[in-house]
Design a protein around this ligand. Structure first.
Ligand SMILES: [Zn+2]
Ligand SMILES: [Zn+2]
Ligand SMILES: [Zn+2]
Ligand SMILES: [Zn+2]
Length: 350
């Protein structure tokens, strides 16, 4: 993703691209990505499975997206990465979506113990072991070969039955089990295109008689709440229909509001518990992401959302720890709210 600069008015859109080669990372070239194992900013400490456990099924969540979003202030935000995790089980999201997402922020100053500026990535011997299945912190090691590491017993079993049993103690490497994670894509970004210019000559409407005026009012009363946000959403994404991410922090954008898919608005977002500054909109995951992740809409237990919105501390505050938790809010398409006009728009018959 293009590094944002102050004064950039446009919203940045993210698109999924199949990487030509397996993604790698260094601080000079830190990809934004969907799925796969997390790329950790701080090599000394990773998130543990207990940080990203689904509160419904108690299983470890998987990485949905991560962004490298460096900031000027404070100096500790010189390198900054946001990690968004979710449970893959749509049943959990139906039961209690709040327990199915976790988002964390990690930061490092320009001068830090792990990387030397200008010399690329200089990870020293502090690099912590990563779970071979999911990439989280791995305190467990295969007791037989002592070569592979795991975050928890569940992933040890996943790997054992998924292939490690056959090669444990041999020279062969474990085939990384990728089915456990979301497929990996690179996220590339573009400015959101401008809206199509509106025609300058507006046709003059015939003066309505009282009856049709009354009709009009009735129509507006019944349709305004239900269809407006959805229609606005449809119209806005039609500028660039394959967008999977919208990124716009308050300090950069002249339009730093999420694009809602329905009229339900988020509850007040709690301020940052560390510095008490407000948490503001940072990015949102669009429903098109579900297509990229190859999720079957016809399966009633499939993962589903209208949009997933992430709010983060406006001050990029920092302390001693390696991760600070931020806030997620999920919005669904409104079922009864999708009136006739919205349905026609969805089907392209506006
Ligand atoms: Zn779950
Ligand atoms: Zn794991
Ligand atoms: Zn082993
Ligand atoms: Zn803060």
């Amino acid at each position: 993703m293009v590094v944002l600069e102050k004064g950039m008015p446009a919203i940045q859109l993210g698109f999924a691209e199949v990487p030509e080669e397996p993604l790698t990372y260094s601080l000079d070239d830190y990809p934004n990505k969907i799925g796969g194992k997390p790329f950790w900013l701080n090599p000394s400490k990773y998130l543990s499975w207990t940080d990203v456990v689904c509160s419904v099924c108690n299983k470890v969540m998987v990485l949905l997206v991560q962004f490298y979003t460096p900031e000027d202030e404070p100096p500790e935000a010189y390198h900054r990465v946001i990690y968004l995790f979710c449970c893959r089980d749509g049943k959990c999201h139906k039961t209690d979506w709040k327990g199915c997402f976790k988002v964390y922020r990690s930061q490092l100053g320009e001068w830090n113990p792990y990387y030397n500026p200008g010399e690329g990535m200089q990870v020293d011997s502090v690099q912590a072991p990563q779970c071979t299945v999911c990439g989280l912190e791995a305190p467990k090691t295969c007791s037989k070969c002592k070569k592979v590491h795991y975050c928890c017993r569940e992933h040890q079993l996943v790997d054992w039955t998924g292939g490690h049993k056959a090669i444990c103690g041999t020279d062969k490497n474990t085939i990384p089990s990728t089915t456990h994670l979301f497929p990996e894509f690179e996220l590339v970004s573009e400015d959101e295109p401008e809206a199509e210019p509106v025609p300058t000559s507006i046709p003059t409407l015939p003066t309505p008689d009282t009856t049709s005026e009354q009709h009009q009012e009735e129509y507006e009363e019944t349709s305004v709440d239900v269809d407006k946000p959805f229609l606005k959403f449809q119209k806005r994404i039609s500028r660039s229909p394959s967008q999977v991410i919208r990124y716009a922090r308050v300090s950069y954008s002249t339009d730093p509001t999420p694009l809602y898919v329905a009229s339900t608005l988020p509850p007040p977002i709690p301020p940052c518990p560390c510095c008490n500054q407000p948490r503001t909109f940072e990015f949102q995951v669009m429903p098109q992401m579900l297509n990229v992740l190859d999720i079957n809409h016809y399966d009633e237990h499939a993962l589903d959302w209208g949009t997933v919105i992430v709010y983060s501390c406006a001050g990029n505050c920092w302390g001693e720890e390696v991760f600070r938790e931020e806030v997620v809010w999920r919005q669904m398409f409104s079922e009864e709210g999708m009136g006739d006009a919205a349905r026609r728009a969805l089907e392209g018959k506006a």
